[in-house]
Ligand binder design. Structure first.
Ligand SMILES: *Cc1c(COP(=O)(O)O)cnc(C)c1O
Length: 369
């Protein structure tokens, strides 16, 4: 049996309704910041409960634009974790600011108990990542931000619909940043991102900044960027948010993860599953666990047709790109251990019961023979 990690072929096997919607857009010629972009922004406003949403070119741009609008740049430091996708750290570096790392916890988010030690007089912001779809500990992060007068930009790129006590991620910070990349839970046909915010001032600046700072055709208020969410991509995103689609995708992923959790409960000697507190809604962009003999398990599963993966074998502080920051092996032991012993199992919404059972069976076979 083949159990794929990706699912786009299954998801988009029937695309007629998408193509009909795109045809309508093309006939309207409403390409640049068109009606579909405004419609999507309204959907995000509703979903997040935040008053303002801005569609931008990608999740990475959502982070960069947020940091820039908050005035972050050369000479500033932004605290984040090395246990994330490269884009989080790249976004900080692209503003000219310096990424300052804090180790991960066992739930794959920033270890809040170590944040204060990383704060210096140059620190301007904390950038928590709701990595794997698991919310970071926002209440503690906000307490620290208030104490040191720091901005907070939430990287919710992998965490649409994740929540703490029913409150959506992305709604604590100055901004919350979402990605709609094809590999994310709300997945369009190219790049796109959305920023949500409660600040009217931030919103107004973001709308200018994503579109060259233009107030209108003839007047420019600030020099800016071109990072408009593409109207064609917004059409796809709107389709995926209709009929509760992103909601059912999320529910199905949670169900799959709970099935795995339960099935692996007899392998406690070999597998450690992150805690699953009742008040946390984790949306399982990745189903990621820490396992004994990871590399051999990975090879065994891959050879059995199961496309398990590692996110990621090299932690960011040890990447070549980060060498100028001066970190070394041993600086962030938990993140480094994640790189050595974590594995991501296929968890997507199109897995069949047979496929999930096959994964469970093969993992058992590896450890128990
Ligand atoms: C995907 C991702 C991003 C960047 O999103 P893009 O839309 O691909 O630019 C940022 N942070 C994290 C944690 C991500 O997984």
């Amino acid at each position: 049996m083949e159990v794929p990690f990706g699912y786009l072929d299954r998801q988009f096997a029937n695309i007629d309704s998408y193509l009909d919607a795109i045809k309508k857009l093309v006939q309207s010629c409403d390409f640049t910041l068109g009606a579909p972009v405004r419609e999507l922004e309204e959907r995000f406003t509703e979903l997040s409960g935040m008053p303002y949403s801005v569609g931008v070119g990608s999740g990475t741009d959502a982070l960069i634009l947020s940091l820039k609008i908050l005035g972050i740049g050369p000479g500033d430091e932004v605290v984040t974790t090395p246990n994330t996708f490269i884009a989080t750290v790249g976004a900080i570096a692209m503003t000219g600011a310096r990424p300052a790392f804090v180790d991960s916890n066992l739930d794959y988010t920033i270890d809040v108990s170590q944040i204060e030690a990383a704060i210096t007089p140059s620190t301007k912001a904390i950038l928590p990542v709701h990595y794997t779809g698991r919310p970071a500990e926002m209440d503690t992060i906000m307490d620290i931000a208030r104490k040191y007068d720091l901005f907070v930009v939430e990287d919710a790129c992998t965490a649409i619909l994740a929540a703490i006590n029913g409150r959506q991620v992305g709604t604590w910070g100055d901004t919350g940043c979402y990605s709609m990349h094809p590999l994310k839970n709300l997945n369009i046909w190219g790049d796109g991102g959305v920023i949500v915010t409660k600040s009217e001032d931030v919103y107004n600046k973001l709308k200018l900044f994503r579109n060259h700072g233009l107030k209108n055709r003839d007047e420019v208020l600030m020099f800016g960027h071109n990072s408009r969410l593409d109207s064609i991509q917004a059409v796809i995103a709107n389709r995926l948010m209709e009929e509760d689609n992103v909601y059912s995708i999320t529910d199905r992923r949670i169900q799959n993860a709970m099935t795995y959790d339960k099935a692996f409960s007899d392998l406690g000697e070999f597998i450690s599953i992150p805690e699953r507190p009742n008040n946390i809604k984790q949306v399982f962009h990745l189903y990621i666990i820490r396992v004994q003999d990871r590399n051999n398990l990975l090879r065994f599963l891959n050879e059995s047709g199961i496309k398990a993966k590692v996110h990621y074998p090299i932690p960011i502080h040890l990447q070549k790109a980060a060498s100028y920051l001066g970190y070394k092996a041993g600086d962030f032991p938990v993140a480094e251990e994640h790189s050595r012993i974590s594995i991501s199992l296929p968890c997507h919404q199109y897995l069949t019961d047979d496929e999930i059972n096959y994964v469970i069976e093969k993992v058992h076979e590896f450890y128990l023979g």
